[in-house]
Every structure is written in structure tokens, then in C-alpha cells.
Write a new protein. Structure first.
Ligand code: GTP
Length: 242
């Protein structure tokens, strides 16, 4: 792998979904500077290869809406807190990307004009055409929707060819690989297999949205930040859902 480092990207425009929890690294909470710098270098490599990129980041390293709700908090309030968490991550990612000379714009689904542009689809597309990475903050702006659903929605809106979901595991397994030594990784799955086997690729709203609009999903491990470039070059890594 990596021997075709001069080859052109396989995609013109992608939506990269980054796990918020992964940003915490081993500290388990907040933003680990080493981890975010490493991811930024991975994004920069894909950017330099010429691919247009939108990014949606989760917020699980700051607040997890579902967990807060299960401990008694009103679900909508918990979800709004989670959306604010994604804004913190978006600003941190913008800073990390600018340090490695990647032009960026942050657009937020919840208006906060002093710190980010509002989400405007046509403007986001214009930014992408001008070779800026657009970081979409605050999820969809609605409670009860995950950042995976936000990624699927934004991917469709910006006409991305694929969602690249970078997570803490290196693909989709038939059972939890941490608990079962005989767990088998899938190279490829259909949307219906993901839904019927309840595989933890994305939540069912996000998967259904991708299925209805024939948007492929590649899920892979972000611990190796070189995977982002491999994925945009079309190398077979992780698990492909289509
Ligand atoms: P073009 O006009 O297409 O070249 O895009 P541009 O983003 O360079 O122009 P614009 O004048 O819109 O933005 C200049 C800077 O201000 C960029 O860093 C934007 O992200 C930022 N900006 C634009 N609108 C807002 C806003 O509503 N709130 C905040 N906080 N920043 C904004």
C-alpha cells in the first residue's frame, strides 16, 4: 500500500465524517492535541491530492446527547449540548487544518454569527469549488438526529460521491472484535445487510438516507491518518457499504 502515492484521487468530492470520541485519544475526554494534529495532516494529504472535502465531526468527546438523556436529562436539551460540542470540535479542527496550510471555512447549522458562518448550501459548494475544506458544525441543527445523519444529509446537499466514515475501528465486523477473537471483518456490505443485521456502521436514519440516494459509505480506522488519503485514492480499506 502507498506505492501509488502519485496517483490521482478516485473521487472529486467527498464528505469525511470524523468521530468526536476519537479526537479524545487515550485521555477519553476533550481534544488530544497530538491526535487532532495527526488527523489534520491526514486531511491535508487528501486535500493536496486535489479532492474537495466537506467534514462533519461528532461531539461525543465533549457531550454525548444519548448518554445525558439516559441519565435523566431532557433528550432535546442533551442533543443541543451535543451540537455545541461539535462546534468546539469544528473550531479545533479548523485551527489544526490552518496550521498545516489547508484553507477552511466553518459553517454552523445553529446560528452563531460571531464564531462561524451560517450553513448556506450554495455558499458551501462555492467554498469547495474554491478549494476550501468546509467543516459543517452543529449537526443538522435538530435534536434526535445524529451527526451520522448530518453527514449523510450534507453529503447529499454538496453532491459528494461518497461518505468516508473515520472511526476507532478498522471496518465493520460480524461481532465485536474486542470481545470475540473469531470476529470477521466485512469488506463490503449492502445497506439492507447493515440494517437487517443491525451492524454499527451508522444509525438507521443515516443508512436509510444513504440507501435512498445511492450514496456509498466507506468506514475505516482513523488511528492511521494515512487512511484518509488511501480512501480518497480508492484503495480498498475498511468496509464499503453500497
Ligand atoms: P468568497 O467571497 O467566496 O471568496 O468567500 P470568503 O469566505 O472568503 O468571503 P467572506 O467575505 O464571506 O468571508 C471572509 C471570512 O469571514 C471567512 O473566513 C469566513 O469564514 C468569515 N465569515 C463569513 N461570514 C461569516 C459569518 O457570518 N460569521 C463568521 N463568524 N464569520 C464569517
Amino acid at each position: 500500500m502507498g506505492d501509488d502515492s502519485n496517483s490521482r484521487p478516485a473521487y472529486r468530492r467527498v464528505l469525511l465524517k470524523l468521530s468526536g470520541e476519537a479526537l479524545a485519544g487515550d485521555q477519553g475526554f476533550g481534544i488530544n492535541p497530538g491526535v487532532i494534529q495527526d488527523i489534520a495532516r491526514g486531511v491535508a494529504a487528501a486535500y493536496e491530492a486535489g479532492v474537495e472535502m466537506g467534514i462533519v465531526i461528532g461531539g461525543g468527546n465533549i457531550v454525548r446527547g444519548v448518554a445525558a438523556a439516559s441519565s435523566g436529562m431532557d433528550r432535546a436539551s442533551a442533543d443541543y449540548m451535543g451540537m455545541l460540542g461539535t462546534c468546539i470540535n469544528a473550531l479545533a479542527m479548523q485551527d489544526a487544518l490552518e496550521k498545516v496550510n489547508v484553507y477552511t471555512r466553518v459553517q454552523s447549522a445553529i446560528e452563531m454569527a460571531e464564531i462561524a458562518e451560517p450553513y448556506i448550501r450554495r455558499k458551501a459548494i462555492r467554498h469547495l469549488e474554491k478549494k476550501r475544506v468546509v467543516i459543517f458544525a452543529a449537526g443538522t441543527g435538530n435534536p434526535y438526529f445524529t451527526t451520522d445523519t448530518a453527514a449523510a444529509l450534507r453529503a447529499m446537499e454538496i453532491d459528494a460521491e461518497v461518505i468516508m466514515k473515520a472511526t476507532k475501528v478498522d471496518g465493520v465486523y460480524d461481532k465485536d472484535p474486542k470481545k470475540h477473537a473469531d470476529a470477521v471483518k466485512f469488506d463490503e456490505l449492502t445497506y439492507l445487510e447493515v440494517l437487517s443485521k443491525r451492524l454499527a456502521v451508522m444509525d438507521s436514519t443515516a443508512i436509510s438516507l444513504c440507501m435512498d440516494n445511492s450514496l456509498p459509505i466507506i468506514t475505516f480506522n482513523m488511528k492511521d491518518s494515512g487512511n484518509i488519503l488511501r480512501a480518497v485514492k480508492g484503495e480498498k480499506i475498511g468496509t464499503l457499504v453500497r
